[in-house]
Design a binder for this molecule. Structure first.
Ligand code: NAD
Length: 465
């Protein structure tokens, strides 16, 4: 078996670096070390942990350009997006550095005079994380920061496509004094490392961002040792444009939501559902704006849309577009590709499809590519039915200035994140996460530290007033 794996540049197909797989023994040792580190890290006072986290955020910002370049080279996203992701990643560290010193307990009035009841929070133990390739910095820090802030030790396995950004961030954490074993990175194949994590007696929590099938298997495998789980899984976001919407604004926000990371995000608009009376104008405006997006190597300043991460992702996009066209969709723009299997790069030009309906695969399966499928609705109920018709429930967007329409949509859409006239609702200060098969738990905001804490209550008897 190979002891190394190759990190490739998806824009050129060139080898970036060979990275060592950790052996099974090394990973087991790392888990034991994490368990031991937990005992010391959790005893540090919260203000010291907070200061260390602030130092980590600062050193990442000081190395922002270098980290962003590494990210673009291994992931393909435009450099301006990588720079944005580094800031987004540190915003989680900043937020949880502040939350570390605000982990409060409470007292409860007892049912007799002879008792006093006190509730405290304590860190749950060693946390094992598995992260995806599409946000190699932010998906890690939004787990690591609350875990460390709460007093947990943390170990992460990054995606094999993009380990370098994560490894760099963890190196910087050690540089500012976060103990080596309190935050660790191991590299290996997903199923093998996943099994070592879920089987380990030392791991008290699994936190995962990635696809729904892998999330389900991690939940199943965590059952034997009853581990806590947080699951940030797949999405299939609907974006509804109501009859009264400001169309220019809706177009700008649709582009913002759809094309980040070449459409390879879990919250990107994947089904655009437009009122039939305005679909002509909306599609025209959208197509015109999308046509201005530049496809290319993320290192070029001009680039808006980078490559697709790998051939598997590329083939899925091509097959969804083909299936939609065969079933009657009309291509308004795109359906153009610049791909070379031998060289190892796969670019998809932004594509707009009209006359899409729910029989097409693109309306049911996550696309993870720069494709906008447009369908129509007449009555609001119909838009809600289409929006809720997949097993996913991560993000949904709608555009309307009508209060009644907006509140109706908010109340009836089964999604954890709702953007009302907002195509970019994410942030460190808000609870991010999905309903249905899009996940369990929330990351970000004051909610995001709770999953790393146990609640313990103390009942003191014979209390003398
Ligand atoms: P993936 O599930 O294939 O891989 C994610 C991670 O899991 C990688 O580190 C991979 O090595 C590992 N893995 C693979 N098989 C495993 C197994 N059997 N056991 C344990 N770990 C395993 O997903 P991907 O293709 O890398 O990422 C894209 C997916 O992530 C999409 O479905 C996307 O919607 C989702 N995502 C969700 C969020 C969110 O917050 N909800 C954010 C970003 C991405």
């Amino acid at each position: 078996m190979s002891t190394q794996f190759k990190v490739m540049n998806p824009a050129t197909g060139e080898l970036v670096k060979k990275v060592n797989y950790n052996t099974k023994e090394e990973i087991k040792q790392a888990l034991e070390n994490g368990h031991c580190a937990f005992k010391k890290w959790s005893k540090l006072n919260a203000h010291t942990r907070s200061k260390l986290l602030k130092g980590w955020s600062q050193i990442i910002q000081e190395n922002k350009e270098e980290i962003a370049e590494v990210m673009t080279i291994e992931n393909g996203k435009p450099l301006k997006e990588s720079l944005g992701e580094v800031t987004y990643a540190t915003s989680y560290i900043d937020w949880y550095a502040e939350e570390a010193i605000r982990i409060y307990g409470r007292t409860i009035p007892a049912s007799t005079e002879t008792k006093r009841i006190v509730v405290t929070k304590q860190p749950i133990g060693l946390v094992a994380a598995i992260t995806p390739w599409n946000f190699p910095a932010a998906m890690m820090t939004r787990k690591a920061a609350p875990a460390l802030a709460a007093g947990c030790a943390f170990i992460v396995k990054p995606a094999e496509e993009t380990p370098l950004t994560t490894m760099k961030l963890i190196e910087l954490a050690h540089e500012v004094g976060i103990p080596k074993d309190a935050i660790q990175c191991v590299n290996g194949k997903g199923p093998e490392v996943g099994a070592l994590f879920t089987d380990s007696e030392y791991v008290r929590k699994i936190t995962f961002t990635g696809s729904t099938p892998v999330g389900k298997s991690l939940i199943r495998n965590s059952a034997d040792t009853v581990k806590h789980v947080t699951m940030e899984l797949g999405g299939h976001a609907p974006l509804i444009v109501a009859e009264d919407a400001d169309l220019d604004f809706a177009v700008t926000q649709t582009i913002l939501s759809k094309f980040r990371n070449a459409g390879q995000t879990c919250v990107c608009a994947n089904r655009v559902i437009v009122h039939e009376s305005i679909v002509g104008v909306f599609s025209e405006k959208l197509t015109e704006a999308v046509n201005r997006l530049k496809v290319g190597n993320g290192m070029d300043e001009e680039t808006d849309i980078g490559p697709i991460i790998h051939e598997k992702g590329f083939l899925k996009i091509v097959s969804q577009v083909k299936d939609a066209i065969e079933k009657g969709a009309e291509v308004l723009l795109g359906n153009k590709y610049n791909a070379d299997k031998e060289q190892g790069y796969f670019f998809v030009h932004p594509t707009v499809l009209k006359n899409v309906d729910t029989t097409m695969n693109i309306m049911q399966e996550e696309t993870f590519g720069p494709i906008v499928p447009i369908t129509t609705f007449k009555e609001l109920d119909e838009a809600v039915d289409i929006a809720n018709s997949t097993p996913y429930g991560l993000a949904a967007y709608f555009f309307t200035n009508d209060y009644k329409v907006g509140t109706y949509l908010h109340d009836h859409l089964d999604f954890g994140i709702i953007g009302w006239n907002d195509g970019a609702p994410s942030g460190a200060h808000v609870p991010f996460g999905g309903m249905k098969e899009s996940g369990l738990g929330r990351e970000g905001g004051s909610e995001g530290i709770e999953p790393y804490l146990e609640t313990k209550y103390l009942s003191i008897g014979h209390y003398d007033q």
